[in-house]
Design a protein around this ligand. Structure first.
Ligand code: BYC
Length: 315
C-alpha cells in the first residue's frame, strides 16, 4: 500500500534524527530539497567566483614555487565547484540553469569574494583567514544529512586544509622578511578580518534559514557558534605570526573561556550580498565572459555526444 505524506514525512524525520543520510532517491519534503539546492548552489558559485581574486595573482607570483602552489589551489576551487554542482544535480537542479541564474545576478555567492586582492600578501591572508573560515564552516557540513553534499564536503575539506596551510606558510615567510613585507601582511589582515567574520552569515537572530536547516541537520551549528569558534582559533595563530586584528573589543573572556569581539558592520554585509560590493560587477562580468567564451566547447561536446549516440544505434 502506498504510504501517505504523513508517513513519508515521519520516515524522513526518523532518518534525519537518527543521524542517517538522506539519499537522492529517498522521499524528502519540498522545502528540504529547495533549501539544499539554495545552499549548495550558492556554495558552488562561491567556489567558482572564488577563483578570481587569487587567479588574478597567477601571472605575478614572486617565484615558480609560489606560482605552482597558487595554480594548484585555484584549480582545486574549480573542482570543488564541480562536485557541488553535481550534488545539486542529484536534487533535480540543472547546472546550466544554476550558472544562468548566477550570471544574471539572481543567485548569491559568498560575500567574501566581493573584495579585491590588492597585494600578494592577500594571497596568504585569503589562504589563512578565508580558507580557515571555510574549513571551520565546512567540516561540520561533512555530517550534513544529505548524502551527496556531506560526501563532497569530505574531499573539499581535505583540500581546504592544504589551502589554509599554504597561506599561513606564505605569511610566516613574509613575516621573516623585511619591515615592508611585515607591513604588507598587517595591512592585508586589517582589510580581510571583518569580511572573513561575515562569511559565517548574519547573526543568529537575523538568520532566517538557520532554525529549519538545523532541524533538518543540513547545518550542524549556528552562524554565531561557528564565528566564535573561528575567532578563538585565529587569535593564537595571529600571535605566532606577529600580527594583530583590527578590533579594539577583542579580549579573552575567562568566564566564557572564549574571546569577546566586536560586531561586524552588517550594513556593509547587506550591501555586499545585494550586489554592491567593491568588485561585485567585475566578478559577474568575468564569469559571464568565461561562460560565453566556453560556449564552443559545450557545443562541440554536445555534437560529439550526439554523434557517439548515433554510432551506438548503428552497431
Ligand atoms: N555571503 O539564513 P542565513 C570558500 C545569505 S567558498 C553571501 O544565515 P544559511 C572558498 C544566505 O544565503 C565559501 N550570502 O542562511 C572558495 C541567505 O540568503 P537566501 C562559501 C550569505 O544558508 C574559494 C541570507 O544571507 N561557503 O570558502 O542558513 C576559495 C540569510 O542567511 C552569506 C559556503 O557556501 C555570505 N557570507 O547560512 C577560497 C558554505 N551568509 O539564500 C574559499 C555553505 C549568509 O535566503 N553554506 N548569506 O537568499 C553555509 O554554510 C550557509 O549557507 C551559510 C549561511 C552559513 C553561508
Amino acid at each position: 500500500m502506498a504510504e501517505t505524506t504523513a508517513e513519508l514525512e515521519a520516515g524522513f524525520l526518523h532518518t534525519v534524527e537518527s543521524d542517517q543520510r538522506i539519499e537522492p532517491r529517498d522521499w524528502m519534503p519540498e522545502g528540504y530539497r529547495r533549501s539544499l539546492i539554495r545552499q549548495i548552489a550558492q556554495h558552488a558559485h562561491s567556489e567558482i567566483i572564488g577563483m578570481q581574486p587569487e587567479g588574478n595573482w597567477l601571472t605575478r607570483a614572486p617565484s615558480l614555487r609560489r606560482k605552482a602552489i597558487l595554480m594548484a589551489k585555484v584549480q582545486d576551487e574549480a573542482g570543488h565547484g564541480l562536485y557541488l554542482y553535481s550534488a545539486a544535480e542529484t536534487l533535480g537542479a540543472d547546472r546550466a540553469d544554476l550558472t544562468d541564474a548566477l550570471i544574471a545576478g539572481q543567485q548569491k555567492y559568498s560575500s567574501i569574494f566581493n573584495y579585491p586582492a590588492l597585494t600578494f600578501a592577500d594571497v596568504g591572508v585569503i589562504g589563512w583567514l578565508v580558507d580557515g573560515a571555510a574549513i571551520c564552516n565546512q567540516v561540520p557540513l561533512c555530517r550534513s544529512s544529505f548524502g551527496p553534499y556531506g560526501r563532497a564536503m569530505i574531499r573539499v575539506c581535505k583540500e581546504e586544509s592544504f589551502h589554509q596551510r599554504q597561506g599561513y606558510e606564505l605569511l610566516l615567510t613574509m613575516m621573516k622578511g623585511t619591515e615592508e613585507q611585515r607591513a604588507m601582511v598587517q595591512e592585508s589582515v586589517n582589510r580581510w578580518w571583518w569580511p572573513a567574520l561575515m562569511m559565517f552569515g548574519p547573526p543568529d537572530d537575523r538568520s532566517p534559514n538557520s532554525a529549519q536547516s538545523m532541524k533538518w541537520k543540513i547545518k550542524r551549528h549556528s552562524n554565531d557558534e561557528l564565528r566564535q569558534r573561528f575567532v578563538d582559533m585565529s587569535v593564537p595563530q595571529a600571535q605566532v605570526l606577529g600580527v594583530t586584528f583590527p578590533d579594539p573589543d577583542l579580549a579573552w573572556n575567562a568566564e566564557r573561556g572564549s574571546y569577546d569581539f566586536g560586531e561586524p558592520d552588517w550594513q556593509e554585509f547587506t550591501e555586499v550580498v545585494t550586489g554592491r560590493g567593491a568588485t561585485s560587477i567585475e566578478r559577474i562580468a568575468n564569469r559571464r565572459a568565461a561562460h560565453e567564451n566556453g560556449g564552443w566547447v559545450r557545443e562541440a561536446a554536445i555534437a560529439f555526444a550526439a554523434r557517439s549516440d548515433e554510432g551506438a544505434h548503428h552497431e
